[in-house]
Write a protein that binds this ligand. Structure first.
Ligand code: TYD
Ligand code: MG
Length: 457
């Protein structure tokens, strides 16, 4: 009898090899190669490709004119901040992956949206982390209306699929993908092979049965979703739930969205009663801003289509032993270094022998050039120990020669700045379109950072 063919694959990264190896040649992990009959591997591959095919549809190429293109069916989750990040509500039959650090509030968010969803849909909440009793206690504490909500504490994928096929929910929540395993595979739960396999199966359920699936995912040390990058390619939306340990604000950010714009953010606050929405993030992020203190400047960044005010802080102190220390939190480190070099060379402030620390308040991460000017102003203000006027905001991109460049969406930014009570705004002298200056706001137009420093500090 012919010997059954087997293949070897890495349980960490999924790489296949024809022979057993002690160390995976693709990801470098030790002792992760396992053997599997070739037929089983082929089966799982077949399941994988079918995941994207809607059940019962003819499979042949179609002319684009004949493709049905009615708008996606969307429904509101009951949390408008989440709806905004999803591009105007959750799409029927889509798979959304929500990632975040432990304790950030992923399970709480999932449970809270059930409150509204179960009013009009049949929701199945599968948890591999908590028992039904634990979930019920939490739901009671959060005051979740729960008719139409079914709980299932299970980690075996087959059991979950069977429950979904029997119950036919419209919405399926899985918390978390790393705890679910497929008994057919010998990889351990949470390993790349398992996570991939389970996501494929959930994708198949979403597309085949038209179920909206929300999946919670853990993140690894580097802050990306634990699992292969291919996971993010497979699913329809990837949302990151972020926040700082000692701060009650939580930011939900779309990293990928097949049904809407990315870079939209939703802002929440974690309190006694779970998560509450923050419809006015600028106000929340600026609350508690120090008055008459050097080293702080407010700017306006665009988070998707929404202007949000952010406070940028800088602290400069003389370095000990001629060895300067620099760190940046919430502002791109390399950009902060570049701006400090520009400030030294073109702004004429000798800051190279200072330690410096940059921080963006409220756990916001700023990666827009429009925030450059505010950082330069905050650095100069800390260096000279002179506060920036409390009612002044600064918007503008800074170039390597110290020149100021126009930014997009300036009018929206200006009206947000005015809405929050600012009366002065530092802007680049040139703008890309016609400026509409809100009443009560005085613009200070500048061409170089030297002018900015001369005007303020
Ligand atoms: P959880 O949703 O369990 O986090 P995750 O699923 O992302 O790991 O949230 C747990 C944290 O949230 C916990 O540290 C306590 C805090 N929390 C509150 O502050 N208020 C609340 O009402 C709830 C439910 C949780
Ligand atoms: Mg959890």
């Amino acid at each position: 009898m012919a010997k059954a063919k087997t293949i070897f694959y890495c349980t960490q990264c999924g790489n296949e090899t024809p022979k057993w190896q002690g160390r995976c040649s693709a990801c470098g992990a030790w002792n992760t190669i396992t053997e599997q009959p070739a037929s089983a591997a082929a089966d799982s591959k077949k399941r994988g490709t079918a995941a994207f095919a809607p059940v019962g549809k003819a499979r042949r190429p179609q002319p684009i004119a004949e493709v049905e293109a009615s708008d996606e069916l969307r429904f509101h989750t009951g949390m408008s901040e989440l709806d905004r990040v999803l591009g105007g509500g959750a799409v029927k039959g889509s798979l959304v992956l929500v990632g975040g650090a432990p304790g950030i509030g992923k399970s709480t968010l999932m449970l809270q949206i059930c409150d509204n969803l179960c009013q009009f849909a049949h929701v199945l909440y599968v948890s591999g982390e908590e028992s039904e009793r634990q979930i019920k206690l939490r739901a009671q504490r959060l005051g979740i209306r729960s008719e139409g909500l079914f709980l299932f504490s299970e980690t075996n994928l087959e059991e979950i699929v069977a429950a979904v096929e029997e119950q036919k929910p419209e919405i399926l929540i899985v918390d978390s993908i790393q705890t679910i395993y497929n008994g057919d595979s010998n990889a351990s739960p949470g390993s790349v092979a398992q996570v991939k396999e389970c996501t494929m199966t959930l994708m198949h359920l979403a597309k085949g049965m038209g179920i909206t699936v929300l999946v919670v995912g853990h993140i690894n040390k580097e802050g990306s979703l634990a699992g292969p990058k291919v996971l993010e390619h497979m699913v329809d939306c990837v949302l990151h739930f972020e926040g700082e340990e000692h701060n009650s604000y939580r930011i939900l950010r779309a990293a990928k969205n097949r049904f809407g714009a990315t870079n939209e953010i939703g802002v929440f606050e974690m309190g006694e009663q779970g998560l509450s929405e923050v419809p006015n993030p600028s106000e929340a992020l600026l609350s508690g801003r120090p008055q008459d203190t050097p080293g702080s400047c407010v700017t306006c960044v665009m988070e998707g289509v929404r202007p949000v005010l952010a406070e940028i802080q800088a602290l400069l102190t003389p370095s000990a032993y001629g060895n300067s220390r620099r760190s940046s939190n919430g502002f791109d480190y390399n950009r902060a270094m570049m701006l400090s070099a520009v400030l030294e060379k073109r702004g004429g402030l000798t800051i190279s022998n200072c330690d410096f620390y940059v921080n963006v308040i409220g756990g916001l991460s700023v990666d827009e050039p429009a925030a450059d000017l505010a950082l330069v102003v905050a650095l100069a203000s800390s260096f000279r120990d002179k506060p920036v006027p409390y009612d002044l905001a600064a918007i503008g991109e800074v170039g390597l020669t110290g020149e100021l460049r126009a930014v997009h969406a300036i009018n929206q930014r200006l009206s947000e700045v005015r809405r929050l009570g600012f009366t002065k705004c530092l802007v680049p002298a040139r703008s890309s379109g016609k400026l509409i200056v809100p009443e009560g706001l005085t613009l200070i137009r500048i061409t170089t950072i030297r002018e900015a420093i001369a005007a303020l500090i």
